[in-house]
Design a protein around this ligand. Sequence first.
Ligand code: FMN
Length: 352
Amino acid sequence: MSLQTAAPTDPSPATAAAPLAGARPAVVARLREAWLLGDVPVANRVLLAPLAGIGNWFVRLQARRYGAGLAVSEMVSSFGLHYGNPRTCNEMLRIHPDEHPVSVQLFGPDPEVMRSAAARVAEAGADLIDINMGCPVPKVVKTGAGAALIDDPDRAVAVARAAREGSGLPVTVKLRSGTRGGERTGVELARRLVADAGVAGIGFHPRPASAHHRGAPDYALAAALVASLPAPVLLTGGLRSAAAAHRAFEQTGAAAVLLARGTLGYPWLFAEVLGDDPRPSPGAIRAELDWVIDRAEEHLGPARAARYLRKFYPWYLARLGASHALQDAMVRSQTLTQARGLLGGLAVVAAA
Ligand SMILES: Cc1cc2nc3c(=O)[nH]c(=O)nc-3n(C[C@H](O)[C@H](O)[C@H](O)COP(=O)(O)O)c2cc1C
């Protein structure tokens, strides 16, 4: 059964832009290089990181439209797939034909459940699977999944191997430096995952799980991992501007960068990290927000989309300089008609 779903969208590429001032040509040229992740061709080295509750098909498609070489899905429960939960199987595995290559991130602590979930992901048409071994959220860690696997390396290897065998796809693992500050257990696990589970790459977030997403990432540790790992390292953490991504990419020698929070409401960051200076006008930002609203409606229907989009509005509205009153009204809007009506007023401001 294929869960691929065609949807009417406009996957037009970002418009051509001037080169980004101050970007080092050698770094940009390297980031623009095509490469292979496992046996999957990836057009460049600027990727969308997994974002729970956010990285659905249209957010990934948006990333690809603005230049990302590959987008990774929000984390998907291996148990949900294994037991056939309808929302997990139909909504979270929905892949748009224009977003390939795409990686679906799975989480879970049980190798046999992971094997069966990975097979479903392959059936759905994903090109790669990523396994989450970095999530610090208690709800996930207490089940033995996410960052808990860093402290359970034998199980972690079995989970990754099962995903590879169950899907026949290249598997990457995204993990942290350790679960607590000062640890390097994530580095040790990365080596075992490559040597013993045959994973095709490691997404490395050089912050301990205990730090969640706060504090300075340890790029020196990432550089040490890159130097010693016989597989590509995909760097994540603190890459919220083109300058930050360029510096960290150069400092660590990583194979690619995974952009996360910097892209929320600003998919133009992909183009910037690739060396362009897109400088979106207020009208372009507004049009992108409209695109997101339309896609969410298509994906979830109007009632659920109205609630789902509440977290998206502030990302775009802050960039448009919208008043706090308008941002507040949007976040409290009950229907898409109401939200679109509120935005209608903003269009006048943006165009003025
Ligand atoms: C809202 C949010 C959701 C996230 N969801 C996931 C996830 O599902 N899987 C995962 O491996 N990492 C997840 N992360 C971590 C990001 O992929 C990324 O590694 C992290 O935010 C560091 O990058 P940044 O400092 O550039 O944001 C999430 C981060 C945020 C902020």
